[in-house]
Design a protein around this ligand. Structure first.
Ligand SMILES: [Cu+2]
Length: 125
């Protein structure tokens, strides 16, 4: 029975790609703007640290070919074209380390294009 297996596989793929997470966003101006540069084969800076509660704007640019920024834990997935930065609004809510990576197969070193967004906990008075 190949069809049930196919449907199962399709459902699995759909649930992985549209995992239902949305980027928590905000209105008004950001508290902090972070520049992220994608190039063969790195994300610079690889670690982007933001404080919990901050209204963050990520401005992601590409220095060479088309890349994409994906932070699955924060519901972020945007294409990043040369000459066309991705501007992403993020409300930093839950402290943690959220892995980020390139989401466009851009060549040999694609798998090296990794990093993380780190939301640091607000210190309680
Ligand atoms: Cu890539």
């Amino acid at each position: 029975m190949a069809i049930p297996a196919l449907l199962l596989a399709l459902g699995l793929i759909l649930s992985m790609t549209s995992c239902g997470k949305r980027t928590p966003t905000y209105a008004g101006p950001p508290d902090t703007v972070r520049q992220i540069v994608m190039k063969k084969w790195e994300i610079d800076p690889a670690l982007v640290e933001v404080p919990q509660g901050a209204r963050v704007e990520l401005v992601v640019t590409s220095m060479d070919v088309e890349h994409g920024i994906a932070v699955p834990g924060l519901g972020i997935r945007e294409p990043v074209q040369p000459e066309h930065p991705a501007v992403i609004r993020l409300l930093a809510q839950t402290p943690g380390v959220y892995p980020m990576r390139c989401s466009v197969l851009c060549g040999r070193g694609h798998d090296k294009m990794t990093g993380a967004i780190v939301i640091t906990a607000r210190s309680t008075p």
